[in-house]
Design a protein around this ligand. Structure first.
Ligand code: NAD
Length: 392
């Protein structure tokens, strides 16, 4: 199955300004634009699309893009829209049937969006569906953005903590290093461990997949062992969802550590599922006043029971950070990394003549296409749309 840009003409790529609240990133940077323009592709950039990430309209124009005042024009005249966040219903309605969009669509959590893309016959590709394989790592935007999130989480914790991170020996007395506990040692967690270590903290980390022990230790962290009776390592390197019994044992094991920690950074996640509740209110109560929890899982319900999505609150003297979308707060580098990921993906889809080909024989593309030709292609999303009912 392959789909081409209409009438053999060269592709028109559209870069809209992001409309989601607090989203500062832009999907393609001027460097990326330059490359496509050189290949004869037309690149339309909405006015101010890069402004919040400090990429000016002038920089886009110098790279060869055409600046478009009206967002409608971008959606209407582009064969391929590149975005960070999922499009709104209105934005999809402006797109031509047969045109394509690439963004973080999280299709399994937004079936209405998928149905709409399907009805409008839009080819949609989700950056969060790119497989986590060695070949796909150059286009793995989940990883690049999680790297930013893990780094920024530690900086926020250091800012909120009324203590130093490093060990200090001064004339005004000796200061012990901060104790940081990282929960979940995927991409964000590992970046958090490295960043906290570089700031001089003593770091320990826990993950439900014991295979990460070596990675934690290689970054200078101490691996926390909790006997839950099961390793949750699942397919594709992801963790399986914890049963109630395992979760209870994890909570108990972590409560001991939490009480001795100045900072907890939580990143535990299971794709398509609510975040595991690893820090109940009773654990927060046991922490010393002034301690800080940064909950990177706030978007999907939080790893801590008391996290408030999108807010920074104090509970039992502990500062709980539930700030969302940390990559957006570092929009220069997060845009740059996202743009690179997109270009690496597009290298599989745009040929030297500037034509778009969706090659379903390529495993990376086949896994990432959500809708095409009025059909839902992505397996996980299909299952969510049509769950197989099991007999009672
Ligand atoms: P993620 O954001 O989905 O989850 C973060 C971490 O939370 C994971 O390490 C997971 O094991 C952990 N977790 C889930 N439930 C937990 C629980 N109940 N208690 C404690 N921890 C829990 O993870 P991610 O950063 O997206 O990485 C997922 C996997 O993909 C990892 O195995 C990673 O090594 C792999 N990966 C591979 C590549 C590649 O090969 N190119 C790139 C990036 C990530």
């Amino acid at each position: 199955m392959a789909e081409e840009a209409p009438s053999g003409k060269k592709l028109t790529i559209g870069i809209p300004r992001e409309t989601a609240a607090h989203e500062r990133r832009v999907a393609l940077t001027p460097d990326g634009v330059k490359k496509y323009v050189a290949a004869g592709v037309t690149v339309l950039v909405q006015k101010d699309a890069g402004k919040d990430a400090y990429f000016s309209d002038a920089a886009f124009e110098n790279a060869g893009a055409k600046i478009v005042e009206e967002p409608r024009g971008i959606y209407k005249y582009s064969d391929l829209i590149l975005k960070v966040q999922k499009p709104t219903t209105e934005e999809i309605d402006e797109m031509r049937p047969g045109s394509a969009i690439i963004a973080f669509l999280s299709p399994m959590n937004d079936l209405d969006l998928v149905r709409h893309l399907q009805e409008r016959k839009i080819t949609s590709i989700s950056m969060d569906a790119i497989p986590r394989t060695t070949r796909a790592q150059y286009m793995d935007a989940l990883s690049s953005q999680a790297t930013v999130g893990g780094y920024k989480a530690v900086l926020i914790a250091a800012y909120e903590l009324p203590k130093f991170f490093p060990l200090l020996t001064t004339a005004a007395g000796n200061i012990p290093p901060a104790k940081v506990l990282v929960i979940g040692a995927g991409v964000a967690g590992l970046m958090a461990i490295g960043t906290a270590r570089r700031l001089g903290a003593v770091v320990e980390a826990y993950d439900a997949r014991s295979v990460v022990k070596e990675q934690i230790e290689s970054l200078g962290g101490k691996y926390v062992e909790i006997d839950t009776g099961a390793d949750l390592a699942g397919a594709g390197g992801y963790a399986k969802e914890a049963s109630d019994d395992i979760l209870r044992r994890q909570q108990e094991g972590l409560a001991e550590r939490a009480a001795k920690s100045d900072v907890i950074i939580t990143t535990a996640a299971v794709p398509g599922r609510p975040a595991p509740r690893l820090i109940p209110a009773t654990t927060v109560e046991r922490m010393a006043p002034g301690s800080v929890i940064v909950d990177l899982a706030a978007e999907t319900g939080g790893n801590c029971e008391l996290t408030e999505k999108g807010k920074i609150v104090q509970r039992h003297g502990v500062t709980l950070v539930g700030t969302l979308n940390l990559p957006s707060t570092m929009a220069v580098h997060s845009s740059q990394m996202y743009s690179k990921n997109l270009q690496n993906l597009l290298a599989l889809m745009i040929d030297k003549d500037g034509q778009l080909h969706i090659d379903m024989d390529d495993d990376i593309i086949a896994n990432s296409v959500i809708t095409m030709d009025g059909n839902v292609i992505h397996e996980g999303t299909k299952q969510r749309l049509n769950p197989v009912s099991t007999p009672a």
